[in-house]
Design a protein around this ligand. Sequence first.
Ligand SMILES: CO[C@H]1[C@H](O)[C@@H](O)[C@H](O)O[C@@H]1C(=O)O
Length: 690
Amino acid sequence: MQRLSNHDKVYKCWLRYAAVTDPEKLQDYRKWCGELVSPAAAGVVLESAVEELQQGILSMIGMGPQNSQSPSASHYILLGTRGQSKAIDEALSSLSASSADSYILKTLPLDGRKCLLAAGRSDRGTLYAAFHLLRLMQMGSTLEDLDIQESPLNGLRMINQWDNMDGSIERGYAGQSIFYENNRIISDLSRIKDYARLLSSTGINGISINNVNVHHHETLLITQPQLSEVARVAEVLRKYGIVTFLSVNFASPMQVGGLLTADPLDEEVRTWWKNAVKEIYRVIPDFGGFLVKADSESRPGPFTYGRNHVDGANMLAEALQPYGGTVIWRCFVYNCQQDWRDRSTDRARAAYDHFTPLDGGFHDNVILQIKNGPMDFQVREPVSPLFGALPSTNQVLELQIAQEYTGQARHVCYLVPQWKEVLEFDTFARGEGSDVAKVVSGSLFGGKLGGIAAVSNIGNDANWTGHVLAQANLYGFGRLSWNPQLTSEQIAREWIYLTFGTEPKLVEVILNILLNSWQTYENYTAPLGVGWMVNPDHHYGPNVDGYEYSRWGTYHFADRDGIGVDRTVKSGTGYTAQYPKPHADRYESPDTCPDELLLFFHHVPYTHKLRSGKTVIQHIYDTHFAGAEQAASFLESWLTLEGSMDAQQFENVRGRLQEQAQHALEWRDQINTYFFRKSGIADEHGRTIY
Ligand SMILES: CO[C@H]1[C@H](O)[C@@H](O)[C@H](O)O[C@@H]1C(=O)O
């Protein structure tokens, strides 16, 4: 098991609170931050806000604020929530947004003094205000004339851990779990506290703490004695406004309860769940609910009993309903026993085919969790047509921060631009402007619950994410789930300032790497939306036919004449018809299909001309040569930063970029050689193809 050695310090990431060196700023911050006025009998979340402000300010300006209940200094910070002071109530009444998580950061004259008000609609909102203030200071912003109102656009901003109790993490690339070891919840919760701080500072308010593939030990988490251990974790997370969820095994009534069935319509089964939930809420009164992977990749589910997902989800929803709990039911349901010869079964169709007929049937404390694309977190996929097709169902978008198919923790791949494309995709469900962001926030269809969830990329590595630059994805997810309108560049800049400082050259180099990394990764890996082409099981590294003859339904169908999957209505699987117009028409014809998705929707000859004017085969060669060069240039530019940051961080990224540059050559050559051999068509530019 990987352990931290004594000299490995655990990184504070974007909560580093580096000492302010600019004399003017120091003076400004010292003036404002000498005194912190907060209510006496605060709850645990407000206590965290005070603690965070105390420590952050001390670390940045060398003196912590005096804590008091009424001001005595000329300038002071006033922290609190509704009902705690007249000034706070007045300020909050001007907040236009309705979310309980919204807050105000504002400087104003008050009773002859200057007050910096950090106030939220709820304790959690107030904590967010504190983190925002600390962020401003870390980025060197002035505190004069603040007038900020913030409100999240998504209710649920959630992290999914795919952690197992033996300490391993499914698709984890940054060490072992910080939650479990040896089939128990970890005894020292300090790392979980730091994680909670990191998440909360970006606005995350929910987390499911175990893998959606719920194995033997994890199945027991919902019962004693493990449940009391879960409560210890929930207590730490609660202090940072984060609600705890568990992934559950649909067959729990059999595996834990000893029943002979898990049929969702069986009375005994229903009673078993009700009792289990009652006990959970006795121990964790603010428990969030269940995340469920059912009838997917051999996990148990209602299909075994001839029931459907409405039956399964609603049974759990009824058990949770009296306590305000939620069922988050995943739509990643497909046939994983396919035969490559069968061209009519199409995995891309599965989620839509399974779930659209069920729209309107789910209870209102059920949320369907839908992966961004119809397949599985590839570097490029179309957006799932399920968004927009479930007007009467709560929905959550599922993203993957862990870069399972995008270089894991070894290649840099800043995914915020990809996520933004998903959120901006127009479903046309209520006419033009019905983008995914509005669907999942609930604003388009008026859904009660909604938001964004993502699979985490952290482990117990000293730097949390294996690759230091992969921290930007975790940070970016939180910020984007709070406000999908932030740009990729804004988020990247913030992360760089907070993590490395504001020195212009350093910022420019890192920004350039981050913003070009997704395109680069796409360039040297699977072309034109075709996906996969990776080694089976661990999914790292090139293997063009790695999944071509297996049962997972992930084919590219390359032969000597052409490549791609025909998903048209005219001659293929009919998947294009799952989209509304104009997407359906655009995807249906190879002439109008966007280049980057061509092979996802069409099987074409290598000589097919793309909209860019290049042939498919020449595009493959060109992008692969270009991608490998870009990867090499990332390393080169990084090397210019030596000496401008903590040496361990510098070395971590240097080593990873070096591996990436080398590995990009392997990708380039494997892909180019494969297609040169298949097509027999030479590179127009006569470059070396092995
Ligand atoms: C948790 O299982 C994962 C599995 O490891 C992963 O390879 C696949 O992408 O998706 C599954 C899922 O999302 O359920």
